[in-house]
Design a protein around this ligand. Structure first.
Ligand SMILES: Cc1cc2nc3c(=O)[nH]c(=O)nc-3n(C[C@H](O)[C@H](O)[C@H](O)COP(=O)(O)OP(=O)(O)OC[C@H]3O[C@@H](n4cnc5c(N)ncnc54)[C@H](O)[C@@H]3O)c2cc1C
Ligand code: FES
Length: 385
């Protein structure tokens, strides 16, 4: 546009005056272009390139992978958050969530403590094939399973089962390392004493810090075991923590633990808003979940047609996400437990089973979107990704 035409535009004079004032008294931001984005990217990176600097054997079936960043400092996180580790195993590109077990104040590394899962694709890959010096790619820290001083009490009751100790361990380490004014009770259930992860460290912390109370609970103890045995019951919780009011409850462990512990907390009249749960992985034996249609067998064959293509072979017990990944189709996924919404796909035809309580947004439900990680085909499907 010609200069004389521009000068006739309404408001031209005002803009020129403002530019003059800004030049005289203001700050020139042109040199800082992109700095806000790079600052935000550093705090909330989509991906982090990591290197395994150390591997620590915790139990027979559990190892800690100490990961350091290969491209600058690691982003901050809240004790209790997780990262999603991307891997390629036997030509399947996939990812799994692992909680950061180290404390946020240990800024140089993330500790991921991984327990072997029978026939599990990624846990076995990490435990058997990853060595010191290997590279791994993770997401930035994610998740809302952390203490929030505005809404949570300063006395926390932590209920852990098996590898579910990891996010709680980060909270415990954070509390003692920073000398936070919090009281923590940890009731930690395991099958045997040998399965207890971080047992020695937890005993030492309890010994040194009067605000940390540790109660291991063992399901199958040796004959001479002196500690608590069985399960984490309402009576045991009451006996350990005393008064229930004024305390926030954080639970993390396998599905069986929620099935058992949530009714126990109900017996103690713990309000739902005082209970924080971390879902710890994809459902196992989905056909045993409440609501699974009686006539549908786990190996019921189904075809999933994606974006109009010919169908991918699947079975009812295999989630849509796993079917896609097994066929080389990678869609975004982070939690793989139905919570983060990253893996949404649209169902055009056919029906799926989703476990009760899967948090699907109202608008998603209305327009036929589901979370692929926790949606199981009950018949042939047509989907859009
Ligand atoms: C927020 C979050 C944090 C977590 N933090 C940790 C942590 O700190 N440490 C840790 O060890 N774990 C953690 N997990 C669990 C972890 O993400 C994985 O779920 C776990 O390692 C198992 O993954 P996998 O690939 O070995 O098993 P998968 O291959 O995913 O299999 C899981 C189980 O399902 C069965 N299965 C798989 N496919 C099928 C199928 N098609 N049909 C029937 N059954 C099938 C397998 O036999 C196995 O028993 C976390 C999960 C979440 C969501
Ligand atoms: S990956 Fe988080 S909801 Fe599916």
């Amino acid at each position: 546009m010609k200069q004389e035409v521009i000068e006739q535009l309404e408001g031209y004079g005002d803009i020129v005056r403002e530019i003059e004032i800004a030049r005289k008294y203001g700050r020139d931001f042109t040199g800082e272009k992109g700095s806000v984005k790079s600052f935000i990217d550093r705090l909330h990176p989509k991906q982090i390139a990591m290197r395994v600097s150390e591997i620590i054997d915790e139990t027979v079936s559990t190892r800690t992978f100490r990961l350091v960043g290969t491209r600058g400092p690691l982003p901050p996180f809240q004790a209790g958050q997780y990262v999603s580790v991307s891997v390629e195993v036997d030509r399947i590109k996939t990812s799994r969530a692992y909680s950061i077990a180290s404390a946020p104040c240990e800024t140089g590394y993330f500790d991921l403590t991984v327990r072997r899962m029978e026939k599990g694709l990624v846990s076995n890959f990490l435990l058997d094939r990853i060595e010191v010096g290997d590279s791994l790619v993770c997401s930035g820290p994610k998740g809302t399973f952390h203490h929030n001083p505005i809404i949570h009490d300063d006395t926390l009751v932590l209920l852990a089962g098996g590898s579910g100790i990891t996010p709680l361990m980060s909270m415990i380490r954070d509390t003692v390392a920073r000398g936070l004014n919090r009281t923590l009770y940890l009731l930690y259930g395991n099958r045997s004493v040998d399965d207890i992860i971080f047992h020695e460290e937890l005993l030492q912390i309890a010994d040194r810090h009067p605000n940390f109370h540790y109660l291991p609970v063992v399901e199958h103890p040796a004959a001479d075991y002196q500690g608590k045995t069985g399960y984490i019951t309402a009576d045991l919780i009451r006996e350990t923590v005393g008064e229930i009011s004024g305390k926030s409850f954080f639970i993390c462990g396998p599905q069986a633990m929620y099935n058992f512990c949530l009714p126990e907390l109900k017996k103690l009249n713990v309000p739902g808003r005082k209970i924080r749960k971390e879902m710890f992985g994809t459902p196992i034996n989905i056909w045993e979940y409440p609501g699974w249609p009686a006539g549908v067998k786990p190996d019921n064959p189904c075809r999933i047609s994606v974006n109009g293509s010919h169908g991918l072979e699947s079975v009812s017990a295999q989630s849509i996400l796993v079917t896609l990944e097994k066929n080389g189709l990678v869609i975004p996924s982070t939690c793989r437990s139905g919570k983060c919404s990253m893996c949404r796909v649209k169902i055009l035809s056919g029906s799926v089973f989703q476990p009760q309580g899967t948090p699907v947004r109202k608008s998603d439900r209305q327009f036929g979107y589901v979370h692929a990680c926790v949606s199981y085909p009950l018949e042939d499907l047509e989907i859009l990704i």
